[in-house]
Design a protein around this ligand. Structure first.
Ligand code: 1HE
Length: 266
């Protein structure tokens, strides 16, 4: 089934499926700083709809060129002169893509660099892990452009950094980078080479059982939308399914026999 994914014939994203089930998906509009046009969003919808059923164990979301993504394709938006309803429907396609990423159950690790701005930050914040390098910077320039976020920043960026910081970013154009970006929660790793570290993390995650990763990369987000009362119920149900999966027996057996790795600080 994975071959079906590689055969989708994407124009704005390149795909490289590696032996360990890690799919490297690379934004490929470097000449336009990986601005997200409507076609790119459709490609993301198609891919992230298929990935959970295609045997992909983890995704690395990377970018060609110096910048991860400059956000909404402002030139396309300007030329299209969209009506409110048209832009609303476009935003709903962004949500379709990004919800599929966040709730699809397959780990997505974003390898960041350069600009991660506007819709580019909305895309990155839909990944489960964000890895930044020294060149990476985060901003929400919508305020300056006469725009508003439409790809989920009010939910996901506010969720990462808190409402007050997000409002500051939008009102003043504040840019976060380096350790400060990590400290406020925009990324979890600050490294020299974000792509190779993201690949290493994806390979590590790919070694977990798929059903366990499904729960981690779907249930936690769903439960965040529930009351604590309902979330605790849902957690018990998910744990009932995941923690009794036959595939986990070998791992439990190894622990019981003392042959499984123990958890120690490095
Ligand atoms: C673009 C875009 C774009 C570059 N849409 N074409 N996003 C922004 O406000 C970010 C806008 N972009 C920038 O601030 C800069 O381009 C960068 C800092 C990212 C990179 O600067 P630089 O000097 O390397 O590149 P450049 O010369 O500005 O751009 C190179 C080309 O990319 C140029 O095209 P060309 O045909 O003239 O060569 C640019 O037009 C093109 N390009 N960024 C379209 N964003 C669901 S709502 C989400 C709301 C938002 O995301 S608001 C967008 C915020």
């Amino acid at each position: 089934m994975t071959l079906d994914i590689l055969g989708f014939g994407t124009k704005n994203l390149t795909l490289d499926l590696q032996e360990d089930g890690v799919l490297v998906m690379t934004l490929d509009r470097a000449a336009k700083r990986n601005a997200l046009n409507a076609d790119t969003i459709e490609e993301l919808v198609t891919l992230f709809s298929a990935i959970p059923r295609a045997g992909v164990r983890a995704v690395v979301l990377a970018a060609n060129g110096d910048h991860f993504s400059a956000g909404l394709d402002l030139v396309e938006h300007h030329k299209a002169d969209r009506s409110p309803a048209e832009f609303m429907h476009l935003c709903m396609r962004w949500h379709e893509a990004f919800n599929k990423m966040e709730y699809g159950g397959v780990p997505v690790i974003a390898a960041l660099k350069g600009a991660v701005v506007g819709g580019g930050l909305e895309l990155a914040s839909s990944a489960h892990i964000r890895v930044a390098d020294a060149s990476t910077y985060f901003a929400l320039p919508e305020g300056q452009r006469g725009l508003f976020t439409g790809g989920g920043a009010t939910i996901r960026v506010a969720g990462l950094v808190g409402k007050a910081r997000m409002i500051d970013m939008m009102l003043t154009g504040r840019v976060y980078k380096g350790q400060e970006a990590i400290d406020v929660g925009l990324a979890q790793y600050l490294v020299e080479d974000s792509l190779s570290v993201a690949l290493g993390l994806a390979r590590k995650a790919a070694q977990n059982l798929p059903l366990t990763n499904f729960a981690i990369c779907s249930a936690i987000s769903h439960m965040g939308n529930m009351s604590a009362f309902d979330a605790s119920y849902a957690e018990a149900v998910v744990a009932g399914v995941v923690n009794t999966q036959p595939a986990a027996r070998d791992r439990l057996d190894a622990f019981a026999k003392g042959t499984a790795a123990r958890i120690r600080p490095e």
